[in-house]
Design a protein around this ligand. Structure first.
Ligand SMILES: [Zn+2]
Length: 382
């Protein structure tokens, strides 16, 4: 029997005691309020999930309960998506959302961050935060701003090139934490080797442009789990909205990486209770590691997490193509996120940095100089 699913936004309101108040004093300090989110990534194309480069698929061995017998293969080697890949994709998607919804109201809010010593913004409130790896060892990311909702929620490094108060390097920890996303089918049953070919014009030769690549087949379900720590309602919405609107992933994603992300269920509490490993293992035990239809995997996930006290947000009787778990976030909510939740967080971060700097040798001196130069209105603009 299926139960009536609850909408994500209504659930967040209901679980508000596990969300942080946007203006809560000392909001940067963890209180251990955790929202666990179980979701699936369904392959809709022929994605490449690899770690070692071309010709590789990331796999992890899972041992289902009760199958280990002497002389038999006890483990199932399933493809997996590593947490850093999911986090990187979530960040890119979140930045897309923030850029696409950037308007004059947000621009006015962005101007205020200058007062907090942040430098990667224009005098007119223009902003762009982007992922650009450091060019040399010991350097920090060249594009991240250190103050936008993506930096404050998913983590960033603040050095003197991001904030005038920072003399050393400070890390903002991610408040979104991830599990590995596991497939529930062994490698042999869900990977297809395809030959890619680049043919020249004029004279036909293939040479080194002929290569084989292992792809994940369409319909394979990866079980993922993330937890949000100490987020506000608007921050939670931005995370869930970004997650559910991911539609491509993996190597060569423009060609192969079509995926669907479905949020299955959510649980609020003061600790994390399940891992994607537990769920994947349960599904493998139920299906015997067979390549079954994605709906069957989703149903098994629902059975498992419902038993663990999760609120399920989908109707598991429906086909996956009709499941849409995108939680809406309005322009008004986004503007408030920039102007209140996130601004207050940055204020806390900068206050903390200032406290730390005073403790360092010469910190007091530096602070006086800082005040003087601020008095002259001399600020870096980038
Ligand atoms: Zn940023």
């Amino acid at each position: 029997m299926s139960q009536q699913p609850m909408s994500l936004s209504r659930l967040l309101v209901e679980k508000s005691s596990y969300l942080r108040n946007p203006n809560e004093r000392d909001r940067i300090f963890a209180k251990g309020k955790k929202i666990e989110v179980v979701y699936v990534i369904v392959s809709k194309g022929i994605p490449l999930f690899r770690t070692e480069g071309a010709g590789d698929v990331t796999t992890i061995d899972i041992i289902p309960r009760g199958v280990a017998r002497e002389g038999s293969t006890a483990y199932v080697s399933v493809p997996a998506i590593l947490p850093e890949k999911i986090q990187a994709k979530l960040r890119r998607r979140m930045l897309e959302v923030l850029r696409s919804r950037f308007n004059n109201e947000v621009r006015e809010h962005v101007k205020k961050y200058k007062k907090l010593g942040f430098s990667r913004l224009g005098e007119d409130g223009s902003w762009n935060c982007f992922i650009m790896p450091p060019s040399g060892e010991g350097e920090t990311d060249l594009g991240m701003c250190g103050f936008c909702p993506s930096c404050n929620i998913l983590g960033a490094v603040i050095t003197k090139s991001e904030n005038n108060y920072a003399k050393t390097s400070y890390g903002i920890k991610s408040r979104v934490v991830h599990d590995i996303a596991f497939a529930t089918v062994p490698y042999e049953k869900c990977v297809v080797e395809l030959t890619h070919n680049k043919v020249s014009e004029g004279i036909s030769y293939t040479g080194r442009s002929l290569y084989e690549e292992p792809h994940i087949m369409p319909g394979v379900v990866f079980i993922g789990k993330l937890a949000m720590y100490d987020v506000t309602e608007r921050e939670a919405k931005l995370v869930l909205h970004s997650l559910a609107t991911i539609s491509r992933m993996g190597g060569g994603e423009t060609k192969y990486g079509s995926v669907q992300v479905i949020i299955v269920g959510l649980r609020a509490g003061d600790r994390e209770t399940v891992s994607s490993y537990d769920i994947a293992r349960h599904v493998i035990e139920k299906t015997g590691g067979a390549l079954v239809e994605p709906e069957t995997v989703v149903k098994e996930i629902v059975n498992y997490i419902r038993g663990k006290g999760f609120d399920v947000v989908i109707d598991e009787q429906k086909g996956i193509d009709s499941l849409d778990t995108v939680v809406a976030i309005s322009d008004e909510e986004l503007a408030k996120l920039w102007g209140e939740d996130n601004y207050f967080y940055s204020e806390n971060v900068v206050a903390h940095i200032a406290r730390a700097e005073k403790k360092t040798v010469g910190g007091e001196e530096e602070e006086k100089k800082e005040k003087k130069s601020k008095g002259r209105g001399k600020e870096e603009v980038q």
